[in-house]
Design a protein around this ligand. Structure first.
Ligand code: AMP
Length: 278
């Protein structure tokens, strides 16, 4: 079975011994509750690097007090079996105190790409992500790190922090793995009731509709986005945090001629789904 280490010292030892042998290393950061989307990242990492480390850490710093930290799904034995099957070489599964020991006082903040969308609705979120990602990069010292396009804004945040801090690794983004009906795979899909699960693909359909409008020069984008929001509510979503066409890399509101990315976040009952497409 694939080895699991829980301390940064043990992680460093494993990585150092691979480096001594001249091997390259990829890191795949996750919060566990793995699905095929996560496994696509590991497969791509395996293809690119000699050794792959997958971290499993449900990062408290990226959850607000009212969010789902305590009920976030956890099943380490299942995750380890899935990772073993796709050839992951090492699992790094630290306790919270290993990452945030008493007295921990530092926060990594990224401006600009965090200002809107998820950043507006979850103000603590990207600082939590940037801080833990910076720590994981420093602890694992990988040559490559793999992230999903499923969390498109997060991918831009990670690229920005890696560039701005001159971190010596390459960031690779991997396309979103979807269910047959279009729903993006997510650990949070496990929260959906049978009825909610039927409604859930409407989010991807709404993104598609807006994307098509960005390709039609005369479309009234404001109206299209309003209609998409109403369509989600009519389909059974409880509320829509945002659904909007953006510049794919700055995440500013989209203008004709910009590379387009459509991003959405909406509540289905008590579950918040996010998705995007380009
Ligand atoms: P999470 O465990 O949700 O924090 O996700 C860990 C990594 O897997 C992140 O880089 C996500 O963007 C990526 N990921 C999550 N869901 C998918 C998916 N459906 N397809 C591809 N990557 C994904």
């Amino acid at each position: 079975m694939v080895d699991i280490v829980r301390t940064r010292i043990a992680l460093r030892e494993a990585v150092a011994s691979w480096r001594k042998d001249g091997l390259t290393i990829a890191l795949v950061p996750t919060m566990g509750a793995l699905h095929e989307g996560h496994l696509d990242l590991v497969r791509a990492a395996k293809h690119r690097a000699d050794r792959v480390v997958t971290s499993i850490f449900v990062n408290p710093a990226q959850f607000a007090a009212h969010e789902d930290l305590s009920r976030y799904p956890r099943d380490e034995a299942r995750d380890a079996a899935l990772l073993e099957a796709v050839g992951c070489d090492l699992i790094y599964a630290p306790e919270v105190a290993e990452i945030y020991p008493d007295g921990f006082a530092t926060q990594v903040g990224v401006r600009g790409v965090t200002a809107r969308l998820e950043g507006a609705f979850r103000p603590h979120f990207f600082a939590g992500v940037a801080t833990v990602v910076a720590k994981l990069f420093i602890q694992a010292q990988p040559d490559f790190a793999f992230f999903g396009e499923k969390d498109w804004q997060q991918l831009q945040v990670v690229r920005t922090l890696t560039r701005d801090l001159n971190l010596p690794l390459e960031i690779l983004g991997i396309p979103t793995r979807r269910e047959a009906d279009g729903l993006a795979m997510s650990s949070r899909n496990a929260y959906l009731s049978a009825v909610e699960r039927e409604v859930a693909p409407a989010l991807k359909a709404a993104l598609d509709h807006i994307f098509e409008a960005t390709q039609a020069p005369s479309a009234d984008m404001h109206l299209v986005m309003q209609q998409a929001t109403q369509g989600l509510l009519d389909a059974g979503f409880a509320s829509v945090d945002y659904i909007e066409a953006c510049h794919a890399y700055t995440l500013e509101p989209w203008k004709a001629g910009d590379p387009a990315r459509i991003l959405g976040a909406a509540w289905l009952g008590k579950t918040r789904l996010i998705d995007n497409r380009g």
